[in-house]
Ligand binder design. Structure first.
Ligand code: ZN
Length: 154
């Protein structure tokens, strides 16, 4: 299977059957992110437990297949990571889609690295990065002891 096929397969699979979709009753932080260009809306629900480890991470909302697949792949990838590690992986994901010179995908991105393909469609980049923006915001909010925030990426 080549990279394009792998991309299509994963996006289709994760957008049809999103992993970690739903409320997280024990969540400490909820960040609602919205991408008005496409109409994507994602809320990230986060719980950080002992040792600064993300032991709960789910999402709700609706959006295009790229956005839903990205949120699904992200939650799968960042669960059980420490707060610091998750922040770093999210930055690597962002760089993969937005750096002018495409770099090698960070191996810690795992399957989420296929979304690097989206950089070829600049008007869709925000669809892919929205959930990761919301997650980074959720980590910041949790560090500040907050609970809720809304962000919009334009
Ligand atoms: Zn979208």
């Amino acid at each position: 299977m080549n990279f394009e096929e792998l991309y299509q397969d994963l996006v289709l699979d994760h957008s049809r059957r999103p992993r970690n979709y739903g409320e997280l009753p024990e969540a400490q932080v909820h960040v609602h992110g919205d991408n008005p260009m496409c109409g994507d809306e994602v809320t990230v629900h986060l719980h950080v437990g002992d040792g600064q480890v993300i032991d709960g991470l789910k999402f709700t909302g609706s959006g295009c297949s790229i956005c839903m697949a990205s949120a699904s792949l992200m939650t799968q990838r960042l669960r059980n990571k420490t707060r610091a590690e998750a922040g770093e992986i999210a930055s690597r994901f962002h760089a993969l889609l937005t750096d002018e010179q495409p770099s090698e995908a960070d191996p810690r991105l795992g399957d989420a690295a296929v979304l690097g393909t989206v950089r070829k469609f600049p008007q869709r980049v925000k669809c892919a990065t929205l959930p990761w923006h919301a997650l980074k915001e959720a980590l910041a909010v949790s560090e500040q002891g907050g609970t809720d925030r809304q962000i919009s990426i334009e």
